[in-house]
Design a protein around this ligand. Structure first.
Ligand code: ARG
Length: 589
């Protein structure tokens, strides 16, 4: 559970005073604060177990003593108690409401700006003339959310789509294109039949000697910069990108053609990589190949595992491009951080690349390089997700199906929605469901693709959150007033008013005020699921508030305004939070 950072800030002076009187410096107790795991115990907890040794007393005794000592100073805004060695602090309604009104008046909902840094976010990265698979979908969805979050926090973000558009397979792909004729090849690729194109080329390469020889010659021509070969290569790239762009536009992600920095873009830098590694003294020769031994990795026979930089035939590797990438990102783009949103199977690759890059001083200690890894996408039987025919699923078809299923749901729930509005809502719900299901799963875990669950209007799903949002919009339509007018009125509530706050109002408020802390934690750990969990907790708290508290029917204007203000803040957190994931919130569903 995340505590409310602002509450800790407010508690600090009182605690400092007491702790210092016990000879415990801030650097000891402050980091411990906030580790409470049970929400009911309090908003913040201070575990005292590690102080037992210093103070030579039982943790429970220490917790009792501390709570007694801080109690007086905390009176105005928090209640303190102690259980089994923990000091538990619960913010009083006064404090919660003050914070609510601060969030209400802030268009950023209390989220601060970080000191600006430049991040390169490497994500999506499908391979030319190969189907974009569900792993690329995950990368695209997670990467895009991280981009939006970092930008919201005030950073400069460079999106990098490191498409696989170079390497030996292009010899056979180009020859296959020549065999088919450019027009026909373009049509096949343009409709997204990438896998069958690749397979046809591959099978000819294996079975037909003449084709294989042509393909090898073609690779040499391609690497030598032969103009005609490059023109044919471009057809492959452009037609594949046309298909990828269609998927991006269905998904509503930010990637455009300007973000493409495929493997081919680094070709000119590759000899430079060799030079730098040689200059730093780590390049070695092994059977005619140029290699580096990063150290720390061994092969199956227990021998040190090399990273091959240039093969004996002069060809470069995937790792070499990634080292070139680092040079480019550090020296041309002046990045402070590089994030690689790529599946867990490439863990070792990135660890080795980062280690070599540091050894060769391609990046320094001031650079943050992170493999933002993620698990596999599985079907409901726990196997890697495939189409019914056992093929790689075409993302375009998958997203179409999401929209179709959402349409069915909507027709059942709200037959009044018709025409363009029905279409827009179905798209927002269907695509939102797919993206959210992915994002709400902790990214390092495998994620089970389950239509029923992701499209359900119950649980931690996009439709559930969108529905809560639409419900609030309908409350505001019924009310008919100016939403903005609610934001200044509720500054602080007089004592007699505070006491009328219902249990549900309070628990919703308690959750709402966590938004800034949770968003920050979500961004700094590159973990969108933390934000998802929060939004779901807000929406479910809202549901019980809505069931138990009359919002418009109460007759008392002050209470009505206060409750409407909570509706307003709930809707804004949902909108901003889902917006961070590129998920739309329809006003009616
Ligand atoms: N194209 C690669 C793949 O499909 C992913 C590239 C990830 N980015 C990188 N800089 N290596 O596996």
């Amino acid at each position: 559970m995340i505590t409310i950072r602002e509450l800790i800030d407010d508690l600090k002076p009182a605690f400092s005073k007491v702790m210092n009187s016990l000879d415990i410096p801030d650097s000891t107790w402050l980091p411990l604060m906030g580790k409470a795991t049970v929400e009911d115990h309090g908003d913040v907890a201070l575990p005292c177990h590690s102080m037992a040794r210093i103070l030579r007393k039982a943790p429970q005794e220490i917790a009792n003593q501390i709570s007694e000592l801080v109690d007086g100073d905390l009176q105005p805004f928090a209640t303190v108690s102690s259980t089994s060695g923990f000091v538990n602090i619960i913010a009083k309604p006064e404090w919660i409401w003050k914070r609510i009104s601060e969030l209400l008046q802030d268009s950023r909902l209390g989220v601060g700006l970080d000191e600006e840094k430049t991040f390169a976010v490497d994500y999506s990265a499908p391979n030319v003339a190969k189907e974009m698979h569900v792993g690329h979908l995950r990368s695209t969805v997670i990467g895009d959310t991280i981009v939006r979050m970092l930008e919201f926090k005030g950073h400069k973000v460079i999106r990098e789509n490191h498409v696989g558009d170079w390497g030996t397979p292009f010899g056979m792909l180009i020859e296959h294109l020549v065999d088919l004729g450019e027009d026909r090849a373009a049509t096949e690729l343009g409709v997204g039949d990438l896998d069958s194109f690749y397979k046809q080329a591959r099978s000819k390469f294996v079975s037909d000697k003449e084709f294989a020889n042509r393909s090898r010659r073609r690779v040499v021509l391609l690497q030598g910069g032969d103009e005609e070969t490059l023109r044919l290569w471009r057809i492959l790239v452009d037609e594949s990108m046309r298909y990828f762009n269609e998927v991006y536009s269905m998904l509503g992600v930010m990637l455009t053609d300007d973000d493409i920095m495929g493997e081919s873009s680094y070709q000119e830098l590759l000899p430079e990589v060799i030079e730098r590694l040689r200059d730093s003294g780590i390049l070695e020769e092994s059977d005619g190949a140029d290699v580096v031994f990063p150290g720390g990795w061994v092969n199956r026979d227990g021998e040190p595992l090399p990273m091959i930089i240039r093969k004996a035939d002069g060809g470069y590797n995937y790792s070499t491009s990634d080292l070139a990438c680092i040079i480019d990102r550090v020296e041309r783009l002046s990045c402070d951080g590089f994030l690689y949103v790529v599946g867990t199977p490439q863990k070792q690759h990135f660890e080795m690349v980062f280690q070599v890059a540091r050894k060769a001083s391609l990046m320094g200690d001031n650079h943050q390089a992170v493999h933002v890894n993620f698990g596999s996408v599985l079907d409901t039987d726990g196997k890697v997700l495939k189409s019914r025919e056992g093929e790689v699923i075409k993302l375009h078809d998958l997203l179409q199906e999401a929209i179709r299923r959402a349409e069915q749901e909507i027709d059942e729930k709200n037959p009044d929605l018709v025409g363009k509005e029905r279409e827009d809502v179905a798209r927002a719900v269907g695509i939102g469901a797919v993206k959210y299901a992915d994002l709400s799963t902790e990214r390092t875990k495998d994620y089970v693709f389950d239509w029923e669950r992701m499209l359900s209007f119950e649980g931690n799903t996009a439709p559930y959150l969108q529905y809560a949002y639409a419900r609030i919009c309908s409350i505001f339509r019924k009310w008919g007033g100016e939403r903005e007018s609610l934001r200044g009125k509720t500054d602080s509530l007089p004592e007699n008013e505070l006491s009328t706050l219902s249990k549900e109002e309070l628990s919703l408020s308690r959750r709402l005020v966590k938004f800034p802390s949770i968003l920050d934690d979500s961004v700094s750990t590159f973990s969108p699921h933390k934000l998802c969990k929060h939004l779901h907790s807000v929406a479910s708290s809202f549901a019980s508030f809505y069931e138990n508290c009359s919002i418009l029917g109460g007759g008392d204007e002050i209470i009505t305004n206060r409750r409407l203000a909570l509706c307003d803040l709930t809707a804004r957190e949902l909108e901003l939070g889902l917006g961070m994931m590129g998920i739309d919130v329809p006003e009616r569903m």
